[in-house]
Design a protein around this ligand. Structure first.
Ligand code: ZN
Length: 268
């Protein structure tokens, strides 16, 4: 797998996006046709002949593979264009810069990375943006299998699988979550922490921990209490799970005003 990744990475550098179709001057571009243009490099054979070196997989097949990985990653449409390059740093926000740097480092060093990231912070500081950006960059650079789940939706899908009329089993839902090379679990702690929720979270996270799989979490719950009424992350997910996350991830606290609101204001 690592050899294949290295090849993909190597071939990617400098290769164009997609085979471009020539359009004659004055011609009208037809819309509504989605048939892919034939590949000018390999004429759709999938193999490219490199003079003096032999044959290698054509870039068009690698791009198709990346598209498949992106489709399977379940990145929500709302976040589908999030990259590291378009992560907007508020000025004078050291914690955002630190979060960005750690995301960048993880992408650069993957697969030689033994700990994931836990982004802690209020709504709107870009935790989900950074997490999605990591998945996208890893798919594009390494061909790793990546998966995104909002934790609450995952729990709902598991619950739905218990229904007698369900077409899918619990295992069908859980297997990709446990097996993905890199998993993002967004909004950890947002679901009301019943015993079942905690057991299920523990089961998923332990399975990934035992397999040494990389997981990136986001949560709105802080580790420390700011007021009497505040709930901490530990209150929401339990002591055992919080301490497991310490082992699996670097904790990054992202502070700052809600940048979505701030930038909306600027752009108006
Ligand atoms: Zn080709």
């Amino acid at each position: 797998m690592s050899a294949q990744r290295a090849t993909i990475h190597h071939l990617d550098s400098g290769s164009s996006e997609f085979p471009k179709t020539e359009v004659a001057k004055g011609a009208t571009l037809e819309t509504g046709s989605f048939a892919p243009a034939p590949c000018m490099t390999c004429h759709d054979s999938g193999m490219e002949v490199v003079p003096g070196k032999g044959a290698r997989r054509c870039h068009c097949r690698l791009e198709q593979q990346q598209l498949k990985l992106l489709e399977r990653s379940r990145i929500p449409r709302r976040y589908e264009n999030c990259t590291l390059a378009n992560y907007r740093l508020a000025s004078n926000n050291g914690s955002q810069l630190q979060a960005f740097n750690l995301a960048f480092k993880l992408v650069s060093e993957f697969p030689s990375v033994d700990r994931g990231l836990l982004f802690i912070g209020p709504v709107g500081v870009g935790k989900t943006h950074l997490s999605v950006a990591i998945l996208r960059e890893l798919i594009e650079k390494t061909g790793a299998s990546c998966l995104f789940y909002e934790f609450g939706s995952l729990l709902k899908e598991i619950q739905n699988s218990y229904s007698p009329i369900s077409q899918i089993s619990e295992l069908t839902v859980l297997l990709p979550v446990i097996e993905a090379e890199v998993l993002v679990l967004d909004e950890l702690g947002a679901t009301k922490p019943t015993d079942w929720v905690r057991d299920t979270m523990m089961q998923i996270i332990n399975a990934r921990y035992n397999d040494k799989k990389l997981t990136i979490f986001t949560t709105n719950y802080l580790d420390r209490r700011r007021s009497e009424r505040d709930e901490t992350l530990e209150d929401r997910i339990g002591v055992r799970l919080r301490s497991r996350l310490f082992e699996m991830c670097r904790t990054v606290e992202v502070e700052g005003e809600d940048w979505r609101r701030r930038f909306d204001r600027v752009e108006m």
